[in-house]
Write a protein that binds this ligand. Structure first.
Ligand code: HEM
Length: 404
């Protein structure tokens, strides 16, 4: 490839507000583009749907970061993260991936998750009870964030009172702007998180509950199906993956509706469209952006381009999900869209374990907001919304007004 790597300008608020014109240009220019992403890392972007789909089920593309030759990737990671937190299913290949995923997959099946609906509805209503009389709210801080945090905490058996601590550490860890993050801040956050989780697991060992962490402790202590570092890493993955993306689905979905009044009206008129609407929010502007990282185990040819061994590939699901070769009129938000097999939850063996839960939370959250907050409108012009500068996209705040 003779092209220079293109810089994705994560420090530019205009780009963050709407990265899609640049994404479209990149996809039009070629199926595989070298790019510099957050933190100055050079990656190979796979931008077209068919290639992205194939890449996500290609065993030559590893999820294990140790397969990357760009040692800056590993060096950028704080020692605590390198030592333990990488030992999750998300960063593992088979057979470790298979073993780790199997330990928790039953808790996240569509059937088990459907049983959580009344509880998700109750948490949603409690949060909205506090908002309804006021006529105004920040729907990220007051709603889209606390809802998934509370749901995943209850499922795992994590005290919800601790959420402010672990949210702060997570923010410090994943804040990926255009500059490399301050290693001291990141490292301190990882250390706090690790000691918090270690203590939490000890408390559960002493006093087991009817929750997923207590079940995992049995798998560890009585059945030796995972080691202690893997147990800490699994706890971290489920806790954090359980909310940092879903907050963006809820916040981003509501934003998409408020900036597309015709779609909002259609959904209010026909709430049965809600499940399709959630899929469309995920396709149109999903939380994982620009996409999903993989590392080449050997030279890999994609669409005629040879990507060298040890390279970091970003399978750009957010770009591929607007590929006109796969989706009709892809830049149009259409909540009635059918045949919407987007890649926002990935594809293949790492397909999002929490997809049924995220869908349930999205449906309950957005459906209830529309029912209980009449006259909902943005309190600022859309251009004044700030979007997160990390690889997890969503509005940082969502000031709204409504009829109390
Ligand atoms: C994996 C997206 C919600 C847990 C993934 C992957 C994506 C994704 C794209 C694949 C990563 C890869 O292939 O490397 C999302 C989105 C969500 C969401 C967009 C919300 C809208 C959740 C929730 C949980 C969760 C609620 C609950 C625990 C996981 C786990 C994995 C994963 C454990 C790793 C699966 C594996 O490696 O086999 N997610 N996720 N996610 N997600 Fe989600």
């Amino acid at each position: 490839m003779s092209q220079q790597p293109v810089l994705l300008p994560y420090a530019d608020p205009e780009f963050l507000t709407d990265p899609f014109p640049l994404y479209r240009q990149l996809r039009d220019e070629g199926p595989v583009r070298r790019a510099v992403i957050a933190g100055g890392l050079e990656v190979w972007l796979v931008t077209r749907y068919e290639d992205a789909l194939a890449a996500l089920s290609d065993p030559r593309l590893s999820s294990d970061i140790r397969d990357a030759s760009d040692s800056r990737l590993m060096q950028q990671l704080p020692a605590t993260e390198r030592e333990s937190f990488l030992r999750t299913m998300l960063r593992a290949d088979p057979p470790d991936h298979t073993r780790l995923r199997r330990l928790v997959s039953k808790a996240f099946t569509a059937r088990r998750v459907a049983e959580l609906r009344p509880r998700v509805q109750a948490i949603t209503d409690r949060l909205l009870d506090a908002i309804v009389p006021t006529g105004r709210a920040d729907l990220v801080k007051d709603f889209a964030l606390p809802l998934p945090v509370t749901v995943i905490s209850e499922l795992l058996g994590v005290p919800t009172a601790d959420r402010h601590d672990f949210q702060r550490w997570t923010d410090d860890m994943i804040r990926r702007g255009s500059e490399p993050p301050d290693p001291a801040v990141v490292d301190t956050a990882w250390r706090h998180m690790r000691s918090y989780l270690t203590e939490l697991l000890q408390t559960k060992r002493d006093r087991p509950g009817n929750d997923l962490l207590s079940a995992l402790i049995v798998a560890r202590d009585e059945e030796q199906r995972l080691d202690e570092d893997e147990l800490v890493a699994m706890t971290f993955l489920l806790l954090v993956a359980g909310y940092i993306t879903t907050v963006n689905l809820i916040g981003g979905g509501i934003t998409a509706l408020l900036t597309h009044p015709d779609q909002l009206t259609s959904l209010r008129d026909d709430p049965a469209l809600l499940p399709d609407a959630i899929e469309e929010f995920l396709r149109y502007d999903g939380p994982v952006n620009p996409g999903i990282a993989r590392f080449t185990r050997e030279d890999v040819e994609i669409a005629g381009v040879t990507i060298p061994r040890g390279a970091t590939v970003v399978v750009a699901s957010a770009i591929a999900d607007r590929d006109p070769a796969r989706f009709t009129d892809p830049d149009r938000l259409d909540i009635t869209r059918q045949d919407n097999a987007h890649l926002a939850f990935g594809h293949g063996i790492h397909y999002c374990l929490g997809a049924p839960l995220a869908r349930l939370e999205g449906q309950v959250a957005i459906g209830t907001v529309l029912r209980r907050l009449p006259g909902l409108t943005l309190a600022v012009p859309p251009s004044e919304l700030r979007w997160r500068p990390s690889g997890l996209r969503g509005p940082e705040h969502l000031p709204v007004t409504f009829t109390p």
